[in-house]
Design a protein around this ligand. Structure first.
Ligand SMILES: Nc1ncnc2c1ncn2[C@@H]1O[C@H](COP(=O)(O)OP(=O)(O)O)[C@@H](O)[C@H]1O
Ligand SMILES: [Mg+2]
Length: 350
Protein backbone atom coordinates (compact mmCIF):
# COMPACT_ATOMS: atom_id res chain seq x y z
CA UNK A 1 0.00 0.00 0.00
CA UNK A 2 1.23 3.44 -0.90
CA UNK A 3 2.43 5.66 1.94
CA UNK A 4 1.68 8.76 -0.11
CA UNK A 5 -0.02 11.48 1.90
CA UNK A 6 -2.98 13.23 0.34
CA UNK A 7 -4.80 16.56 0.27
CA UNK A 8 -8.26 15.57 1.49
CA UNK A 9 -11.47 17.50 1.97
CA UNK A 10 -13.81 15.89 4.49
CA UNK A 11 -17.49 16.64 3.94
CA UNK A 12 -19.37 16.73 7.24
CA UNK A 13 -22.78 17.58 8.66
CA UNK A 14 -25.11 18.43 5.80
CA UNK A 15 -28.88 18.77 5.88
CA UNK A 16 -30.23 15.36 6.75
CA UNK A 17 -31.83 13.87 9.83
CA UNK A 18 -28.45 12.18 10.31
CA UNK A 19 -26.48 15.44 10.55
CA UNK A 20 -25.37 14.69 14.11
CA UNK A 21 -24.26 11.20 13.16
CA UNK A 22 -22.23 12.65 10.30
CA UNK A 23 -20.50 15.16 12.57
CA UNK A 24 -19.53 12.26 14.84
CA UNK A 25 -18.16 10.18 11.94
CA UNK A 26 -16.32 13.23 10.59
CA UNK A 27 -14.59 13.86 13.93
CA UNK A 28 -13.12 10.36 13.94
CA UNK A 29 -12.23 10.51 10.26
CA UNK A 30 -10.51 13.91 10.49
CA UNK A 31 -8.50 12.95 13.60
CA UNK A 32 -7.34 9.71 12.05
CA UNK A 33 -6.46 11.21 8.66
CA UNK A 34 -4.42 13.94 10.40
CA UNK A 35 -2.60 11.29 12.45
CA UNK A 36 -1.80 9.55 9.16
CA UNK A 37 0.02 12.68 7.97
CA UNK A 38 -2.62 13.74 5.43
CA UNK A 39 -3.51 17.37 4.88
CA UNK A 40 -7.18 17.74 5.76
CA UNK A 41 -9.75 20.49 5.40
CA UNK A 42 -13.31 20.08 6.64
CA UNK A 43 -16.42 21.52 5.02
CA UNK A 44 -20.00 21.62 6.27
CA UNK A 45 -22.10 20.24 3.43
CA UNK A 46 -24.96 22.47 4.56
CA UNK A 47 -23.43 25.70 3.25
CA UNK A 48 -19.79 25.12 2.32
CA UNK A 49 -18.48 26.64 5.55
CA UNK A 50 -14.99 25.58 6.57
CA UNK A 51 -14.86 23.79 9.90
CA UNK A 52 -12.06 22.85 12.22
CA UNK A 53 -11.77 20.54 15.18
CA UNK A 54 -11.77 22.21 18.57
CA UNK A 55 -11.88 20.23 21.78
CA UNK A 56 -14.57 17.64 21.21
CA UNK A 57 -16.41 19.26 18.31
CA UNK A 58 -16.23 21.38 15.19
CA UNK A 59 -16.17 25.18 15.06
CA UNK A 60 -16.38 27.46 12.01
CA UNK A 61 -13.79 30.07 10.96
CA UNK A 62 -15.19 32.54 13.48
CA UNK A 63 -14.90 29.99 16.28
CA UNK A 64 -18.65 29.38 16.47
CA UNK A 65 -19.66 25.79 17.23
CA UNK A 66 -21.52 24.12 14.36
CA UNK A 67 -25.26 23.76 14.77
CA UNK A 68 -26.52 20.24 15.10
CA UNK A 69 -30.02 19.24 14.04
CA UNK A 70 -30.87 17.55 17.33
CA UNK A 71 -32.19 14.03 16.96
CA UNK A 72 -35.60 14.96 18.33
CA UNK A 73 -36.27 17.31 15.40
CA UNK A 74 -35.71 15.31 12.26
CA UNK A 75 -36.65 18.20 9.96
CA UNK A 76 -34.06 18.60 7.27
CA UNK A 77 -32.33 21.98 7.11
CA UNK A 78 -32.18 23.61 3.65
CA UNK A 79 -28.87 22.97 1.90
CA UNK A 80 -27.29 25.80 -0.08
CA UNK A 81 -26.24 24.08 -3.32
CA UNK A 82 -24.72 27.09 -5.06
CA UNK A 83 -22.61 28.13 -2.06
CA UNK A 84 -21.50 24.56 -1.67
CA UNK A 85 -20.58 24.18 -5.35
CA UNK A 86 -18.57 27.43 -5.24
CA UNK A 87 -16.68 26.35 -2.10
CA UNK A 88 -15.97 22.91 -3.53
CA UNK A 89 -14.64 24.43 -6.77
CA UNK A 90 -12.39 26.73 -4.70
CA UNK A 91 -11.10 23.76 -2.73
CA UNK A 92 -10.33 21.93 -5.95
CA UNK A 93 -8.44 24.94 -7.30
CA UNK A 94 -6.49 25.10 -4.02
CA UNK A 95 -5.22 21.55 -4.58
CA UNK A 96 -7.67 19.17 -2.93
CA UNK A 97 -7.14 15.74 -4.48
CA UNK A 98 -10.08 13.81 -3.10
CA UNK A 99 -13.26 14.37 -1.07
CA UNK A 100 -13.90 12.00 1.81
CA UNK A 101 -17.64 12.00 2.40
CA UNK A 102 -18.47 11.56 6.08
CA UNK A 103 -22.09 12.43 5.32
CA UNK A 104 -25.02 10.21 6.21
CA UNK A 105 -28.56 10.36 4.88
CA UNK A 106 -30.34 12.92 2.71
CA UNK A 107 -28.58 14.66 -0.16
CA UNK A 108 -25.20 13.41 1.08
CA UNK A 109 -26.14 9.77 0.61
CA UNK A 110 -28.90 9.73 -2.02
CA UNK A 111 -26.74 10.60 -5.01
CA UNK A 112 -27.19 14.38 -5.17
CA UNK A 113 -23.83 15.17 -3.58
CA UNK A 114 -22.19 12.51 -5.72
CA UNK A 115 -23.70 14.14 -8.84
CA UNK A 116 -22.40 17.55 -7.78
CA UNK A 117 -18.88 16.18 -7.21
CA UNK A 118 -18.98 14.40 -10.58
CA UNK A 119 -19.98 17.62 -12.35
CA UNK A 120 -17.17 19.48 -10.60
CA UNK A 121 -14.81 16.62 -11.55
CA UNK A 122 -13.65 16.15 -7.98
CA UNK A 123 -12.75 12.55 -7.06
CA UNK A 124 -14.60 11.28 -3.98
CA UNK A 125 -14.85 8.23 -1.75
CA UNK A 126 -17.64 5.68 -2.02
CA UNK A 127 -20.36 4.90 -4.50
CA UNK A 128 -21.39 6.96 -7.52
CA UNK A 129 -24.69 8.76 -7.99
CA UNK A 130 -26.85 5.93 -9.35
CA UNK A 131 -25.83 3.28 -6.78
CA UNK A 132 -26.34 5.83 -4.01
CA UNK A 133 -29.83 6.71 -5.25
CA UNK A 134 -30.90 3.07 -5.53
CA UNK A 135 -29.53 2.09 -2.12
CA UNK A 136 -31.17 5.07 -0.43
CA UNK A 137 -34.59 4.03 -1.69
CA UNK A 138 -35.73 1.01 0.31
CA UNK A 139 -38.56 0.21 -2.12
CA UNK A 140 -36.33 0.13 -5.22
CA UNK A 141 -33.59 -1.69 -3.28
CA UNK A 142 -36.04 -4.41 -2.30
CA UNK A 143 -37.10 -4.79 -5.93
CA UNK A 144 -33.44 -5.28 -6.87
CA UNK A 145 -33.08 -7.88 -4.09
CA UNK A 146 -36.09 -9.73 -5.52
CA UNK A 147 -34.61 -9.88 -9.01
CA UNK A 148 -31.37 -11.24 -7.53
CA UNK A 149 -33.19 -13.84 -5.44
CA UNK A 150 -31.99 -12.21 -2.22
CA UNK A 151 -34.73 -12.75 0.37
CA UNK A 152 -36.49 -9.62 1.62
CA UNK A 153 -39.57 -9.15 3.83
CA UNK A 154 -42.92 -8.43 2.15
CA UNK A 155 -43.76 -4.78 2.03
CA UNK A 156 -45.97 -2.04 0.68
CA UNK A 157 -44.77 1.39 -0.38
CA UNK A 158 -46.94 4.46 -0.31
CA UNK A 159 -46.14 7.92 -1.67
CA UNK A 160 -48.29 10.60 -0.10
CA UNK A 161 -49.52 13.26 -2.51
CA UNK A 162 -49.53 16.91 -1.36
CA UNK A 163 -52.39 17.54 1.03
CA UNK A 164 -53.34 13.88 1.34
CA UNK A 165 -54.66 12.73 4.72
CA UNK A 166 -52.81 10.30 6.98
CA UNK A 167 -55.93 8.10 6.93
CA UNK A 168 -55.53 7.47 3.18
CA UNK A 169 -52.05 6.07 3.79
CA UNK A 170 -53.25 3.99 6.75
CA UNK A 171 -56.05 2.57 4.56
CA UNK A 172 -53.61 1.70 1.78
CA UNK A 173 -51.43 -0.18 4.26
CA UNK A 174 -54.43 -1.98 5.79
CA UNK A 175 -55.69 -3.00 2.34
CA UNK A 176 -52.29 -4.53 1.54
CA UNK A 177 -53.18 -7.23 4.12
CA UNK A 178 -49.63 -7.75 5.32
CA UNK A 179 -49.43 -9.74 8.56
CA UNK A 180 -48.57 -7.95 11.83
CA UNK A 181 -46.20 -7.03 13.36
CA UNK A 182 -44.89 -4.61 10.76
CA UNK A 183 -42.19 -2.00 10.66
CA UNK A 184 -43.30 1.36 9.26
CA UNK A 185 -40.45 3.56 8.07
CA UNK A 186 -39.49 6.26 5.58
CA UNK A 187 -38.53 4.70 2.22
CA UNK A 188 -35.46 6.93 2.04
CA UNK A 189 -34.44 7.49 5.66
CA UNK A 190 -31.67 6.16 7.87
CA UNK A 191 -30.49 5.72 11.46
CA UNK A 192 -33.95 4.38 12.36
CA UNK A 193 -35.34 7.94 12.38
CA UNK A 194 -39.12 7.87 11.80
CA UNK A 195 -39.34 4.08 12.23
CA UNK A 196 -41.99 2.34 14.35
CA UNK A 197 -42.76 -1.29 15.17
CA UNK A 198 -46.50 -1.75 14.69
CA UNK A 199 -47.96 -4.67 16.63
CA UNK A 200 -51.67 -3.88 16.36
CA UNK A 201 -53.87 -1.98 13.89
CA UNK A 202 -54.53 0.86 16.34
CA UNK A 203 -50.80 1.72 16.34
CA UNK A 204 -50.74 2.23 12.58
CA UNK A 205 -51.95 5.88 12.32
CA UNK A 206 -49.28 7.15 14.73
CA UNK A 207 -46.59 5.09 13.00
CA UNK A 208 -47.62 6.49 9.61
CA UNK A 209 -47.60 10.04 11.01
CA UNK A 210 -44.10 9.50 12.44
CA UNK A 211 -42.71 8.20 9.15
CA UNK A 212 -44.44 10.94 7.12
CA UNK A 213 -42.76 13.56 9.30
CA UNK A 214 -39.48 12.42 7.72
CA UNK A 215 -40.55 11.58 4.16
CA UNK A 216 -43.61 11.50 1.91
CA UNK A 217 -42.52 8.11 0.63
CA UNK A 218 -42.93 5.47 3.32
CA UNK A 219 -43.07 1.69 3.56
CA UNK A 220 -44.75 -0.87 5.80
CA UNK A 221 -42.63 -4.02 5.98
CA UNK A 222 -43.39 -7.33 7.68
CA UNK A 223 -41.38 -7.70 10.89
CA UNK A 224 -38.86 -10.53 10.71
CA UNK A 225 -37.46 -11.83 14.01
CA UNK A 226 -33.89 -13.09 14.10
CA UNK A 227 -30.26 -12.17 14.65
CA UNK A 228 -29.00 -8.92 13.10
CA UNK A 229 -25.93 -9.57 11.01
CA UNK A 230 -24.20 -6.95 8.90
CA UNK A 231 -21.68 -7.58 6.12
CA UNK A 232 -19.15 -4.90 5.21
CA UNK A 233 -17.91 -4.97 1.62
CA UNK A 234 -14.60 -3.25 0.88
CA UNK A 235 -13.64 -2.82 -2.78
CA UNK A 236 -15.93 -5.69 -3.77
CA UNK A 237 -14.74 -8.11 -1.06
CA UNK A 238 -16.85 -9.16 1.93
CA UNK A 239 -15.20 -8.62 5.33
CA UNK A 240 -15.97 -10.75 8.42
CA UNK A 241 -19.62 -10.30 9.46
CA UNK A 242 -20.66 -8.45 12.62
CA UNK A 243 -23.56 -9.51 14.83
CA UNK A 244 -25.47 -6.70 16.52
CA UNK A 245 -27.26 -7.41 19.78
CA UNK A 246 -29.36 -4.32 20.55
CA UNK A 247 -30.76 -3.95 24.05
CA UNK A 248 -34.13 -2.87 22.56
CA UNK A 249 -36.35 -4.94 20.22
CA UNK A 250 -35.22 -2.85 17.25
CA UNK A 251 -31.73 -1.56 16.58
CA UNK A 252 -32.98 1.99 17.13
CA UNK A 253 -31.25 5.39 17.30
CA UNK A 254 -30.37 4.97 20.99
CA UNK A 255 -28.94 1.48 20.48
CA UNK A 256 -26.97 2.69 17.47
CA UNK A 257 -25.34 5.71 19.04
CA UNK A 258 -25.21 5.18 22.80
CA UNK A 259 -22.21 3.30 24.10
CA UNK A 260 -23.21 0.11 25.88
CA UNK A 261 -26.74 0.02 24.41
CA UNK A 262 -25.76 -2.68 21.92
CA UNK A 263 -23.32 -5.53 21.96
CA UNK A 264 -21.26 -6.22 18.85
CA UNK A 265 -19.67 -9.54 18.04
CA UNK A 266 -17.07 -9.59 15.30
CA UNK A 267 -16.55 -11.95 13.63
CA UNK A 268 -20.14 -13.05 14.27
CA UNK A 269 -20.40 -16.50 15.79
CA UNK A 270 -22.52 -18.05 13.07
CA UNK A 271 -22.34 -21.05 10.83
CA UNK A 272 -19.73 -20.78 8.04
CA UNK A 273 -22.39 -21.67 5.47
CA UNK A 274 -24.48 -18.68 6.54
CA UNK A 275 -21.45 -16.39 6.38
CA UNK A 276 -20.80 -17.60 2.86
CA UNK A 277 -24.40 -17.10 1.79
CA UNK A 278 -24.71 -13.58 3.25
CA UNK A 279 -21.32 -12.57 1.85
CA UNK A 280 -22.34 -13.77 -1.59
CA UNK A 281 -25.64 -11.87 -1.43
CA UNK A 282 -23.91 -8.75 -0.13
CA UNK A 283 -21.33 -8.71 -2.93
CA UNK A 284 -23.94 -9.41 -5.63
CA UNK A 285 -26.15 -6.60 -4.39
CA UNK A 286 -23.12 -4.27 -4.20
CA UNK A 287 -21.98 -5.13 -7.71
CA UNK A 288 -25.43 -5.10 -9.30
CA UNK A 289 -26.25 -1.56 -8.30
CA UNK A 290 -22.70 -0.38 -9.09
CA UNK A 291 -21.30 0.41 -5.64
CA UNK A 292 -17.68 1.47 -5.35
CA UNK A 293 -15.22 1.59 -2.49
CA UNK A 294 -17.38 0.33 0.31
CA UNK A 295 -20.87 -0.45 1.54
CA UNK A 296 -22.48 -2.25 4.46
CA UNK A 297 -25.35 -4.66 3.91
CA UNK A 298 -27.73 -5.44 6.79
CA UNK A 299 -29.47 -8.79 7.27
CA UNK A 300 -31.75 -10.46 9.81
CA UNK A 301 -31.06 -14.16 10.12
CA UNK A 302 -33.26 -16.89 11.60
CA UNK A 303 -31.46 -19.76 9.85
CA UNK A 304 -29.54 -20.49 6.64
CA UNK A 305 -32.68 -20.75 4.56
CA UNK A 306 -34.68 -18.26 6.53
CA UNK A 307 -33.20 -14.79 6.50
CA UNK A 308 -33.86 -11.38 4.97
CA UNK A 309 -31.77 -8.55 3.66
CA UNK A 310 -32.85 -5.21 5.10
CA UNK A 311 -30.81 -2.70 3.14
CA UNK A 312 -27.48 -1.62 1.71
CA UNK A 313 -25.83 1.44 3.25
CA UNK A 314 -23.54 3.30 0.84
CA UNK A 315 -22.21 5.62 3.56
CA UNK A 316 -22.00 3.49 6.71
CA UNK A 317 -21.00 4.99 10.07
CA UNK A 318 -17.31 5.75 10.33
CA UNK A 319 -16.45 6.37 13.94
CA UNK A 320 -13.77 4.09 15.31
CA UNK A 321 -16.50 2.12 17.09
CA UNK A 322 -18.73 1.82 14.00
CA UNK A 323 -19.50 -1.49 12.36
CA UNK A 324 -17.56 -1.03 9.13
CA UNK A 325 -14.26 -0.18 10.84
CA UNK A 326 -14.91 -3.08 13.25
CA UNK A 327 -15.22 -5.54 10.34
CA UNK A 328 -12.12 -4.06 8.68
CA UNK A 329 -10.16 -4.46 11.90
CA UNK A 330 -11.16 -8.14 12.08
CA UNK A 331 -9.68 -8.46 8.59
CA UNK A 332 -6.43 -6.86 9.81
CA UNK A 333 -7.08 -3.38 8.38
CA UNK A 334 -6.83 -0.64 11.00
CA UNK A 335 -8.94 2.54 10.81
CA UNK A 336 -6.15 4.71 9.37
CA UNK A 337 -5.39 2.18 6.63
CA UNK A 338 -9.08 1.82 5.86
CA UNK A 339 -9.56 5.56 5.39
CA UNK A 340 -6.44 5.83 3.24
CA UNK A 341 -7.59 2.88 1.12
CA UNK A 342 -11.00 4.48 0.55
CA UNK A 343 -9.34 7.75 -0.51
CA UNK A 344 -7.01 5.95 -2.92
CA UNK A 345 -9.93 3.97 -4.38
CA UNK A 346 -11.78 7.26 -4.88
CA UNK A 347 -8.75 8.73 -6.65
CA UNK A 348 -8.36 5.69 -8.92
CA UNK A 349 -11.76 6.40 -10.46
CA UNK A 350 -10.77 9.89 -11.54
N1 LIG B 1 -38.67 -5.89 8.71
C1 LIG B 1 -37.98 -5.81 9.83
N2 LIG B 1 -37.93 -6.86 10.70
C2 LIG B 1 -37.22 -6.77 11.85
N3 LIG B 1 -36.53 -5.68 12.24
C3 LIG B 1 -36.54 -4.61 11.43
C4 LIG B 1 -37.26 -4.61 10.18
N4 LIG B 1 -37.08 -3.41 9.59
C5 LIG B 1 -36.31 -2.69 10.42
N5 LIG B 1 -35.97 -3.40 11.51
C6 LIG B 1 -35.14 -2.93 12.65
O1 LIG B 1 -34.94 -1.53 12.54
C7 LIG B 1 -33.56 -1.22 12.26
C8 LIG B 1 -33.46 -0.13 11.20
O2 LIG B 1 -34.11 -0.55 10.03
P1 LIG B 1 -33.53 -0.28 8.57
O3 LIG B 1 -34.50 -0.83 7.60
O4 LIG B 1 -32.14 -0.79 8.48
O5 LIG B 1 -33.58 1.31 8.48
P2 LIG B 1 -32.46 2.45 8.67
O6 LIG B 1 -32.16 2.89 7.30
O7 LIG B 1 -33.13 3.48 9.48
O8 LIG B 1 -31.26 1.81 9.34
C9 LIG B 1 -32.95 -2.54 11.83
O9 LIG B 1 -31.57 -2.57 12.10
C10 LIG B 1 -33.76 -3.55 12.64
O10 LIG B 1 -33.33 -3.58 13.99
MG1 LIG C 1 -30.19 0.07 8.72
Amino acid sequence: MSERTLDILVLAGGESTERDVSLTSAKAVVRTLLQGGHRVVVMDALDGRRLRLKDDGFVDDDGRPVVSSGKSSPTALPMNGSALAARLAEAKAAGIEVVFSALHGGAGENGRMQALLEMLQIPYTGSPMAASAVAMNKDISKRVMQTLGIPTADWKRYDRLPGQAVDDVVRAFTEAHLPLPQVVKPADGGSTVGLTLVESDDQMPEAVRTALAVSNSIIAEVYFPGREITVAVLDGQALPPVEIKPSHTLYDYTCKYTKGKSQYICPAEIDAAIVQQLSRDAVRFYETIGCRGYARIDFIVASIDDYICLELNTLPGMTELSLFPMAAKAAGIDFGRLLQRLCLLGLERK
